[in-house]
Write a protein that binds this ligand. Structure first.
Ligand code: SF4
Ligand code: SF4
Length: 223
């Protein structure tokens, strides 16, 4: 007479508990996804559903429109908005940049490239010994954080409110010194030329500007 066949053994110590656990988790899922029960006969609104939906539309129609009509109507930024950089000039037209590269070192995005050059008496671009011979800002990298303008010791580098910098040419977004230089205002002279405001750079950087004199701050210079 043969031995009775034992019941099939399932692998794993928890095999027997598997179906029960799946069942309980299914119940838990069901209860968590089940809609919250509301009291019978109680509605959040007396309007029918479609009317409630269109109510949102009608309410929005009477709200103040926030659509920007840019570029037909240019956006007005806040006064201290960080836009395109400007390399400023002294009131006689000489450049404030002395080619020190502090802005390039301060830049966390490595977006600025500066090469300093030596001023000579025949070709003077700034009041000091040196000037920024090559100056570039890569607007593909710049994050407009403003750390470079904080680092500039001569207030040569500031930021304007101009934000229209988009382009489809990567090379065009590397701005050169010529593009960044502030325009010549009345009374300014295109460098190179001798120092007009004094004998040395102290006359440019230390002396307080006199009201009505040519040494007043450059009009339009912004932080
Ligand atoms: S604004 Fe910031 S990221 Fe742009 S050039 Fe200046 S330091 Fe670099
Ligand atoms: S912009 Fe200012 S910090 Fe940068 S190289 Fe010129 S003087 Fe130096």
């Amino acid at each position: 007479m043969s031995e009775p066949t034992p019941p099939p053994v399932t692998s794993g110590a928890s095999a027997g508990a598997g179906p029960a656990r799946r069942e309980s988790s299914a119940v838990a899922r069901q209860s968590s996804t089940a809609p919250a029960t509301t009291a019978p006969g109680k509605r959040s609104s007396w309007l029918p559903g479609p009317a409630q939906g269109f109510g949102v539309t009608f309410a929005t129609m009477f709200k103040k429109v926030t659509t920007e009509e840019y570029p037909e109507v240019p956006k007005q930024t806040k006064p201290r908005y960080h836009g395109r950089h400007v390399l400023n000039r002294h009131p006689d037209g000489l450049e404030k940049c002395v080619g020190c590269e502090l802005c390039a070192w301060a830049c966390p995005a490595d977006a600025i490239y500066v090469e300093g050059g030596d001023n000579t008496e025949d070709a003077r671009f700034s009041p000091g010994e040196r000037y920024g011979a090559v100056y570039q800002i890569n607007y593909l990298r710049c994050i407009f954080c403003g750390l470079c303008i904080e680092a500039c010791p001569t207030r040569s580098l500031t930021m304007s409110n101009d934000f229209e910098l988009a382009d489809d040419d990567r090379q065009a977004l590397i701005y050169t010194k010529e593009q960044l230089m502030a325009p010549l205002l009345p009374g300014m002279e295109q460098p190179p030329h001798p120092m007009r405001l004094g004998e040395n750079e102290q006359d440019y950087y230390v002396r307080a500007p006199q009201p009505g004199s040519a040494a007043e701050p450059v009009v339009g210079e912004r932080a």
